[in-house]
Design a binder for this molecule. Structure first.
Ligand SMILES: [Zn+2]
Length: 121
């Protein structure tokens, strides 16, 4: 496999139990250790519900998000399984201060996935 962050080709160690199981890995062991996610959830109350803002990283970066497919997939699966049918999922690179008042106009809870942590007051 090819690492989506450093571009190096790498191999996943297999044993008899995992030999025929497909395990998708998008980062090499070195990048897994060097560039972990820093998942933070902030909850902001709004008129009719809550906004759950989940960020993947503490600092701004230019990482190829394909390298974080597993983390993003996990977030989507957990969110879809826990949310109500009418709730909204939004995936956006950066949450601006102008966006929050617009989200306030929407009904129900909003689950927002974003790249970099930003503190809202
Ligand atoms: Zn790598």
């Amino acid at each position: 496999m090819k690492c989506y962050l450093c571009g190096k080709t790498f191999f996943e160690r297999r044993n008899i139990h995992t030999l025929f199981k497909e395990k998708l890995v998008f980062r090499c062991q070195s990048c897994l250790k060097k560039y972990p996610t820093y998942i933070t959830v902030q909850v902001i109350p709004k008129d009719n519900g809550l906004i759950y803002i989940t960020s993947l990283f503490k600092e701004e970066n230019n990482f190829n998000l394909l390298a974080y497919n597993n983390e993003i997939k996990k977030w989507f699966l957990e969110t879809i399984n826990s949310m109500n049918e009418a709730d909204i999922i939004i995936w956006i690179d950066e949450v601006s201060d102008e966006l929050i008042p617009h989200l306030d106009l929407l009904d129900n809870d909003i689950y927002l996935l974003t790249k970099t942590l930003k503190y809202f007051s």
